[in-house]
Design a binder for this molecule. Structure first.
Ligand code: PLP
Length: 368
């Protein structure tokens, strides 16, 4: 085949498109002499909070720390249980385990791959302190029933929004529905830095204040340590780059939506199970995840045709060495999803004709 290969995601293209502005932003930080915190971080925090329709944003080192710090700030730790989706990137589970709390997995709704709210109450015990929904693949979880359950049982809600920058739930941005919302700016996310970065958004000013201390050795005044904090601060170079990219996030998400619409149209009768979008959800298509029982063979054939796909994720958290003590759990919905899901190339720099080539290749393979 003469066609050039189709990459899963081109993160270099995102920087190339904005290269002069990014260069200027980095030069500004170099020249400022301020290499921890400062104006660049504060400006990005203000802009990110506004974008997320939240009152507060606190920049931190990465998405895992954002989750851990949210738990710490809400004083969730040893002896506490936290409800998490059985299918998620392992960071959601690790954050809970690393503050000393116990993960209690709840199965997803197989059609959206997001936490099934109808299964949550059965998992609540006298030790449950929080529910941690994940807006997986860029699609908002059904927050209203989750928030209602949390209110009824006096639980906190911490959202893992690491894949959902710009997504909307019933018209409002993801950003402050729960007590705290954790973000990652890992380069491949919809809003990605040129290294690690993360943030927590919230409407609770007191919680934000605790988070600002916890990310900085438990301190707001130099050498005064009110609590046992971490060192997890958003780097000013990353903040400056993120500010440049934030101005383009809506447009880049719209490009992702256009690719997703093409896939959903072009693959409607292909035999693939396609992502379902509930009427109240405006996803941002961090990933376009389809399902097929012969996933592995299909991916191999697509690779032969020069089309890169990935699996999000190949192994459920309870079957990872990191959670060996939970290996005997039976979580059949998650396990089946992990056997069948695979992700098609998508991103703001994937060209429509490349998406058409993916559609065509899948059509040829599945009708054979
Ligand atoms: C990327 C991601 C994280 C972790 O983000 P890092 O910045 O890599 O630590 C957490 N949760 C989910 C669902 C993610 O996709």
């Amino acid at each position: 085949m003469m066609n050039s290969p189709i990459a899963f995601l081109d993160v270099l293209a995102a920087c190339t498109e904005l290269r002069p502005e990014i260069d200027a932003a980095i030069a500004r930080v170099l020249q400022s002499g301020c290499y921890i915190g400062g104006e660049e971080v504060e400006r990005f925090e203000t802009d990110w909070a506004a974008f997320c329709e939240a009152r507060q944003a606190v920049g931190v080192g990465n998405g895992l720390d954002a989750l851990r710090l949210a738990l710490m700030a809400l004083e969730i730790g040893a002896g506490d249980e936290v409800i998490v989706p059985s299918n998620t990137f392992i960071a959601t589970w690790l954050a809970v385990a690393q503050v000393g709390a116990v993960v209690v997995p709840v199965e997803p709704d197989a059609s959206t791959c997001n936490l099934d709210a109808t299964r949550i109450e059965a998992a609540i015990t006298s030790h449950t302190r929080a529910i941690m929904p994940v807006h997986l693949y860029g699609q908002p979880a059904d927050l209203d029933p989750i928030l209602a359950i949390a209110r009824r049982h006096g639980l906190r809600v911490i959202e893992d929004a690491a894949q959902a920058h710009g997504a909307r739930y019933r018209g409002g941005r993801i950003g402050a529905h729960g007590d705290a919302v954790a973000w990652s700016f890992y380069p491949g996310k919809n809003l990605g830095a040129i290294g690690d970065g993360g943030a927590i958004t919230t409407d609770d000013a007191q919680l934000a204040d605790r988070l600002r201390k916890l990310r900085n050795y438990g301190s707001s005044t130099r050498y005064v340590h009110e609590m046992a904090g971490m060192n997890s601060r958003l780097d000013p170079i990353q903040a400056a780059v993120l500010s440049v990219k934030l101005a383009h996030l809506d447009e880049w998400n719209a490009r992702r939506s256009m690719i997703a619409a093409r896939y959903r149209d072009g693959l409607a009768d292909s035999g693939l199970a396609l992502p379902q979008v509930p009427p109240w959800a405006e996803p941002v298509w961090h990933l376009f995840v389809a399902r097929h029982p012969e996933r592995d063979a299909l991916r191999e054939r697509l690779a032969d045709a020069g089309i890169s796909t990935l699996i999000h994720y190949p192994t459920p958290p309870h079957r990872q060495g990191a959670f060996a003590s939970m290996a005997s759990l039976s979580l059949p919905i998650s396990e089946q999803l992990h056997r069948e899901v695979f992700s098609l190339p998508i991103g703001p720099h994937l060209k429509p004709d490349e998406a058409d080539r993916v559609i065509e290749a899948i059509g040829l393979l599945l009708t054979r």
